[in-house]
Design a protein around this ligand. Sequence first.
Ligand SMILES: [Cu+2]
Length: 151
Amino acid sequence: MRLALLALALLAAGSARAASLDAKDDGNDPRFAPFELTAAPGEQVTLRDAGQEPHTLTSVDAAWTAVQVNASQSASFAAPAQPGDYRFFCAYHASPQTPPGQGMAGVLHVPSSASGTDPNGSSPPTKPTPDLGLSGLLAALALGLFLRRRP
Ligand SMILES: [Cu+2]
């Protein structure tokens, strides 16, 4: 049963609803919409240019190769394999210092996989070592001492 659930979860993660966001430049306030998004490790993230000007999606710490789009175009890149929060910005309308949501900057969340295994699924999950035997013995010893000291 647990194995079936795990398989289902892996299947759901593998069938990757792709993450995407729009670049918008209506008026003079260009933005990413949404400016905060989540993608699984290695998942394709697509940037669509829903405006009139060219935009880029550039990683603040160079976690991926920047993509550029012109009006009505889209471009994709793979989310980093390492879990973490990755800030990004548009090289034309913002800077690495632009806070996400305040201008053309955002953040990509890459959560760790729920199973705790690597993306290839090759390493088996580690079993917690049961130490109930030792703590049970200590508890019994303490109880024994407590009982012996009672008048
Ligand atoms: Cu831009």
